[in-house]
Design a protein around this ligand. Structure first.
Ligand code: DGJ
Length: 731
């Protein structure tokens, strides 16, 4: 049993293969958090809490005499505003316009087989044969009929605990929620480090590690997307934790909108971690009988360092979060016309690119922005999801049929959440755009955001996407979203409910994505928000891959892929070979290197194939052959970071190993050149130590490759690269 309740000690103990997690209902019926860490037993860990009369630490209701007891320093499972806890709160809610105050005490609990579900929100699910249990702990306010149900999904063998909270108002008085986090986690001991993944457009998810200081450290987004700038994934670890050693705990929030992850080091050096929907511009009114359900958060802990932590998350996300029918299928090697033509294309030009693609052996052509409405630049047309036949010179069906005739599949770009003021849709429904009345709206890329908190807008989106998908043999969509959302206002919502619009937008988005997932299960959807502006675990419930960054430079992508790999499987990374000098930074890299780097994910091209030299075309054919031969490794192999591009300035190396250890590929990109260079070695990971592998005609044991490593060839030019495959002997 992964979850046990001990009625003598009133403790709930959760075991996964690599961790133990414990809570206790104390004498005051407060739910304390008593342990999370290396596998332990079911001892009552509340002995670790040291009661003391700390000055200025208040006593909760009903316990005024015991000055040694204060929720200001007791570790709690779900902290609330108004209970004498002055640290960051998980929940802040009040009634009738009064200051927020709640006092939650244990009410009941239930342990059951299987995983709870969160309708309308992304969530982990159990597959047949998975050992998964659910724990529900219900807390109730001391004064009002308010119930908070804490949900725990325990994937014992996957080393995953999921969490969410359901807040229900059963009383007559409307309740205003000002903040409702998905989880709260109190670490009693020691200073921790926080690893997070920060960045910018075209420079997402850069690894950033810091020691937590007194006070609150916050990462988050208030942009309406999970954002390029921060990511809803973080790791709390010890100072001495490395890739291969040490304690670490990952937190991933399954949410694609504005979020917050906060870590507070308190006065006694305990650390509290919370994450959930960003409370900036947030408020939610719960009338009698209504519920607010938080997004799901996922935690995972290991003693064995960051490689083990992300390896476990990769497997769990792949197996228990991604649902797409394309998850295990070979992803098409595609050519996308964006960097080849931008808005300047015709049907003939697309056919020319498709013909070149067919010669190289590609699987798909993706038609990017500019095919619909009157969109020849980024100032118009969003919302008018009907094809511009004048520009294509034919109908979409005719174009797609011709492309299919070349043996290529067809994919198309959409940005359904947006509206241009110069569009038929805006002329007909200006009230569907989010604009604060009487103010000139803040625009991003000269576009406005559709009000997805309105059901009629959601229905319009579903219908326009259905019509598009039914109009031709479309087998892939790239779902883009190209602005940070400000001036959030719904013309349909009463003044008092405007604080709910940001979150309702995301619920509306998920509703449309779920509709497509259900109605068109065979369509491969690639997520995108100006590249990786919405790269989060929530999205992966609906799409199996995401355009990782608008930055297609192979060298900058090394850092972006490195950071992304901590929280997300590499099969979710979409990466393309583009032209040089690179359009984003002007860098020139060898064609071969661009290929090796793009093969870190779902592979493709994004350039005018007709302009390739004969030599490059031959290289492209080789790349396609390599990807086709080893796609199982790239999509479903265990991914290992072998060096960090943040620390090693000479080269970056990574590897994929088949889960059964039968085959592995190692890739290296050199990032600096030296006269009279020192020999470069790299140690492989994840092989079977006592098995024999053949590598470039030579035989090695797995142990030799992992402990001794291999000698890398000398780079021959700037940004040279190297890829080598190791096959298990006699397989
Ligand atoms: C941003 C995307 O990330 C690009 O790949 C491209 O699709 C453009 N939008 C099109 O507007």
């Amino acid at each position: 049993m992964a979850i046990r309740f001990d009625s003598k000690t009133n403790t709930f103990t959760i075991h996964t293969v690599k961790s133990t997690y414990q809570m206790k209902v104390d004498d005051q019926k407060v739910l304390l958090h008593t342990y999370f860490g290396s596998p332990a037993d079911e001892s009552d860990f509340s002995y670790l809490i040291v009661p003391d009369d700390h000055g200025f630490c208040a006593q909760p209701a009903g316990n005024a005499e015991d000055r040694n007891y204060s929720l200001d320093f007791y570790p709690q499972e779900y902290s609330v505003q108004g209970s004498g806890d002055f640290r960051i709160k998980a929940l802040k809610a009040g009634f009738g316009g009064r200051v927020p105050a709640l006092d939650l005490r244990y009410h009941s609990h239930q342990i059951r087989e299987g995983k709870y579900s969160l309708p309308g929100l992304p969530h982990f699910f159990a597959n047949d044969g998975d050992k998964v249990q659910t724990l529900e702990i219900v807390l109730k306010d001391l004064y009002e009929d308010v119930y908070v149900t804490l949900l725990y999904g325990v994937f014992e063998e996957k080393n995953i605990i999921t969490r969410a909270a359901v807040i229900e108002n059963a009383g007559d008085m409307p309740m205003e929620i000002k903040r409702a986090m998905s989880m709260c986690l109190d670490f009693m001991e020691g200073r921790k480090e926080l690893i997070c993944f920060c960045g910018k457009h075209a420079g997402e998810r850069q690894y950033d590690r810091r020691t937590l200081q007194y006070g609150i450290t916050e990462i988050g987004s208030n942009r309406g997307t999970s954002s390029h700038q921060h990511n809803p994934f973080a790791i709390v670890c010890d100072k001495n934790t490395t890739e291969d050693y040490g304690k670490c705990c990952a937190v991933s929030l399954l949410y694609s909108g504005s979020f917050q992850i906060q870590a507070e080091v308190d006065q006694f050096e305990g650390t509290r971690l919370v994450c959930g929907v960003n409370d900036d511009e947030f408020s939610w009114i719960l009338k009698k009988g209504e519920q607010f359900v938080t997004p799901e958060a996922v935690i995972s802990y290991t003693d064995n360092g960051l490689a083990d932590l992300s390896g476990g998350l990769h497997r769990a996300i792949y197996d228990n979060l991604i649902r797409s029918a394309w998850k295990d299928r070979k992803r098409p090697i595609l050519v996308n016309n964006w960097e080849a033509t931008y808005f300047d294309f015709t049907g003939d030009k697309l056919m020319e690119i498709a013909r070149q693609g067919a010669q190289i052996g590609l699987d798909m052509l993706v038609l990017d922005d500019g095919w619909f409405g009157k969109r020849n630049d980024d100032n118009s047309g969003l919302g008018d999801w009907y094809v511009n036949e004048e520009k294509l010179g034919c109908s979409l069906r005719e174009l797609v049929d011709q492309i299919n005739g070349l043996g290529l599949r067809f994919g198309i770009w959409i940005e359904p959440e947006m509206i241009s003021e110069d569009s038929d849709l805006y002329r007909e429904h200006p009230e569907w755009a989010m604009i604060i009345p009487g103010r000139d709206p803040v625009r991003g890329r000269n576009q406005l955001t559709l009000d997805l908190s309105r059901q009629e807008v959601i229905e319009y989106m579903k219908t326009s996407i259905d019509n598009l998908l039914d109009s031709a043999n479309i087998e892939y969509i790239k779902w883009d979203m190209n602005r940070s959302v400000d001036n959030v206002f719904s013309a349909a919502a009463p003044e008092l409910s405007q604080g709910a619009v940001r979150h309702k937008y995301i619920l509306g988005l998920y509703e449309v994505m779920e509709h497509i997932h259900q109605k068109y299960p065979e369509i491969l959807i690639e997520g995108c928000s100006g590249g990786g502006g919405r790269y989060d675990a929530g999205m992966l419930f609906y799409v199996p891959q995401i355009w990782c960054s608008d930055n297609t430079d192979a060298i900058e992508r090394l850092r972006i892929h490195y950071g992304t790999s901590f929280g997300y499987p590499m099969s979710t990374v979409a990466a393309h070979v583009s032209v040089c000098p690179n359009h984003q930074n002007g860098r020139v890299t060898p064609f071969k290197t661009r290929g090796i780097c793009a093969m870190q994910g779902s592979f493709g091209y994004e350039l005018d194939l007709g302009k390739l030299t004969d030599e490059e075309k031959e290289e492209a054919k080789k790349q396609v052959a390599v990807y086709n031969e080893h796609y199982r490794l790239f999509q479903n192999g265990n991914y290992y970071r072998l060096t960090s591009p943040m620390d090693n300035h000479d080269f970056t190396a990574w590897s994929y190993v088949m889960p059964d250890g039968s085959k592995a590929v190692l890739s290296v990109v050199y990032t600096d050149l030296h006269a009279n260079p020192k020999p470069l070695h790299i140690k492989w990971k994840g092989l079977i130590p006592n098995a024999r592998y053949i590598l470039e005609g030579r035989e090695y044991t797995g142990a030799a490759l992992m402990q001794g490593g291999i000698v890398l060839p000398k780079p021959e030019c700037n940004y040279d690269s190297y890829m080598v495959v190791a096959n298990l002997k006699d397989r």
